[in-house]
Design a protein around this ligand. Structure first.
Ligand code: SF4
Ligand code: SF4
Length: 476
C-alpha cells in the first residue's frame, strides 16, 4: 500500500500523544461491559473463528463511520441490509473478504474519549491495517457557525483532559485529516453524496457533499475518488454490496467494480426507477392512478421515476420487500444530485410526463382491448371451447365472434414456422411399429378435443365408460 505523507495542521496540535506509554495509561472505561476495545473484540473473533486463515493480504480493515448533518437514516438502512448483512462483514464470514472492524457511534463498544482515541489513531496513521471512511450526512461550511461550535461534531480533543481545555471536533475536520490516509472514502446517502436536503435552497449552513468538500482531485491511498451510494435513505443492500466488492478489490481478490461518472456503483444506479417499477405495465398501457391508493401508474400524481436513477423497484427497500411504488408512493428523486430542489414541488406531475403519458394513453387505448382478448383466451384450457366448467363468474364470459375471429389469426401467427404444443402426428409412431391402444381405438385423431373424441367413439360404436363423456350422455 503506498504510504502518503500528510500534514495534519490542526488536529496534530491538539491530539493526544500516541506513544505506547500513553496507551498504557488509558483510563478504564466505566460501563464497558465487554472489557475490551472494538479492535480487541475483533482480534479474539478472528482467532476463535480461525479467521486468520483468510485469503488475501488483508486480514482486517478498519471502517470509521463519521456522521455529519444527518438523520441517521442511512445507518438504519445499512444495518437492515441482508445481501450481504453487516454482521457478515463484521465477522469476516464472506470468503475473500477481510474482517471489518467498525467504529460507529451507535454500535461502538467504546464511548467518550476511548471512542475518540480510535479516530486519533487513524488520523495519525497508527493503525495496524488500512481503514475506510464511511461518511453519513452532509458537511456544513464550519466557517459559518456563529459561536465557533461546529454544526456537527464527534468527540473532543485533547482526550483525557479537563473540559475547559478541550475543543469539540467538527466531523468535517475528522474527514479532512483522515481522508488522505484512507483506503477508500464512501459517502452513504444523498446528503453525503450530493448535499441532500440540508443543502437545499435557503439553508444557512453552506451544506455540501463529501465530493464537494474533498475536491475533484481527491484520491485515496488506493487511488480511488470518493464513492457515492445515494438515496434518502439508500437501499441498505446497495451499501453493503458495494463495501463487499470494494473489500474484495482491496484484498486483491477481484478487480475494482465499475463506478459511473458520478462515483455511483454503475451496476446499481444505471437504470431508472421506471424500468423496473411494478407499475410500469400500467404506464405502458396508458392507465394512470387518479388518487393515492389506486393501483395504476402514479405519474399523474407526481412520480419522477422515468428520469431517476435508482434500483429500489428492483432491490426493494429491505430483503427485496417494499420500496416507494410498492408502498404506494411516487418517486421524488431522492437519489439524484438535483434532489430536493430540482424535484420540487413534490407530488405535482412533472411537465415532461404529460407528453409521454399522452403517447401511452393513445397507444394504450388500442393495445389494451387486444391484450384483454388474448388474456381471456389464455385463461382457458384447450379443452374449453365453449363454456368454462367453473362455478365462479368466468363461466359467464362467453367468447364472442370478434374474439374468435381475432384469435383465429392470432394463433396462425403464434405457431407460424413452429409446431403447436402436443405430440405431432409425424413423430408419434414408435420405431417398433407398436400402436398405442388409444390410437388403435380412435385412429390418428385421438388427440382431438373431448367433443370430437366422443363423436368418433359414437361413429365407431366404441364402448364408453359412464361419467367420462357427459356431453355425449346428455345428447343421448
Ligand atoms: S409509478 Fe412512476 S416509476 Fe412507476 S411506472 Fe409510473 S411513472 Fe414509472
Ligand atoms: S424511487 Fe425515487 S423516491 Fe424512492 S428511493 Fe428511489 S429515488 Fe428515492
Amino acid at each position: 500500500m503506498p504510504e502518503q505523507m500528510v500534514e495534519i495542521p490542526i488536529l496534530a496540535d491538539i491530539m493526544t500523544p500516541l506513544d505506547s506509554e500513553t496507551s498504557r495509561k488509558m483510563p478504564n472505561q466505566v460501563g464497558n461491559v465487554a472489557g475490551a476495545t472494538t479492535s480487541e473484540i475483533h482480534q479474539r473473533l478472528m482467532h476463535t473463528g480461525k479467521r486468520h486463515d483468510m485469503d488475501g493480504p488483508l486480514k482486517k480493515v478498519y471502517a470509521f463511520w463519521l456522521s455529519g448533518m444527518s438523520c441517521d437514516g442511512c445507518t438504519i438502512a445499512a444495518v437492515g441490509a441482508t445481501e450481504p448483512a453487516v454482521e457478515e462483514l463484521l465477522t469476516g464470514a464472506l470468503p475473500g473478504l477481510p474482517m471489518v472492524v467498525l467504529h460507529h457511534y451507535a454500535t461502538a463498544i467504546e464511548s467518550g474519549d476511548h471512542f475518540t482515541h480510535e479516530l486519533e489513531r487513524a488520523a495519525a496513521g497508527e493503525l495496524d491495517a488500512p481503514f475506510v471512511i464511511i461518511y453519513e450526512g452532509s458537511l456544513a461550511d464550519e466557517n459559518l457557525t456563529v459561536d465557533g461550535e461546529p454544526w456537527s461534531a464527534e468527540g473532543s480533543l485533547p482526550t483525557w483532559t479537563p473540559d475547559a481545555g478541550r475543543e469539540r471536533v467538527a466531523t468535517a475536520l475528522w474527514l479532512k485529516e483522515m481522508a488522505p490516509r484512507a483506503a477508500a472514502v464512501i459517502a452513504i446517502g444523498t446528503c453525503a453524496s450530493w448535499g441532500g436536503i440540508p443543502a437545499s435552497y435557503g439553508n444557512p449552513t453552506g451544506a455540501m457533499g463529501v465530493m464537494d468538500f474533498l475536491g475533484k482531485d481527491y484520491r485515496s491511498v488506493f487511488g480511488l475518488p470518493v464513492i457515492n451510494i445515494p438515496g434518502c435513505a439508500p437501499v441498505g443492500d446497495n451499501f453493503t454490496e458495494t463495501v463487499a466488492l470494494l473489500l474484495l478489490f482491496l484484498n486483491r481478490q477481484a478487480p475494482l467494480p465499475e463506478f459511473d461518472e458520478l462515483g455511483r456503483p454503475a451496476w446499481l444506479y444505471s437504470d431508472t426507477v421506471h424500468r423496473h417499477c411494478p407499475r410500469a405495465g400500467w404506464y405502458e398501457e396508458g392507465t394512470f392512478a387518479k388518487e393515492y391508493g389506486d393501483k395504476e401508474c402514479l405519474v399523474d400524481l407526481g412520480c419522477w421515476g422515468p428520469v431517476v436513477n435508482c434500483n429500489i423497484t428492483e432491490r426493494g427497500a429491505q430483503s427485496h420487500m417494499g420500496g416507494c411504488m410498492v408502498a404506494g408512493g411516487v418517486c421524488i428523486g431522492c437519489t439524484m444530485p438535483g434532489f430536493p430542489d430540482k424535484f420540487a414541488p413534490f407530488y405535482k406531475a412533472a411537465p415532461g410526463s404529460s407528453v409521454s403519458s399522452l403517447m401511452s394513453r393513445l397507444t394504450g387505448s388500442f393495445i389494451r382491448p387486444l391484450r384483454r382478448i388474448s388474456e381471456s383466451e389464455r385463461n382457458r384450457t384447450i379443452r374449453w371451447e365453449g363454456a368454462v366448467p367453473c362455478g365462479w363468474a368466468l363461466e359467464g364470459k362467453r367468447i364472442g365472434p370478434g374474439h374468435k375471429f381475432l384469435e383465429f389469426f392470432y394463433e396462425r401467427l403464434q405457431y407460424l414456422h413452429s409446431e403447436r404444443p402436443g405430440r405431432q402426428k409425424r413423430v408419434e409412431k414408435y420405431a417398433s411399429g407398436w400402436i398405442t391402444p388409444v390410437e388403435a381405438a380412435y385412429g390418428p385423431d385421438y388427440q382431438v378435443l373431448p367433443d370430437k373424441r366422443a363423436e368418433i367413439a359414437r361413429k365407431r360404436n366404441l364402448p364408453r365408460r359412464p361419467g367420462f363423456d357427459t356431453k355425449r350422455e346428455e345428447k343421448e
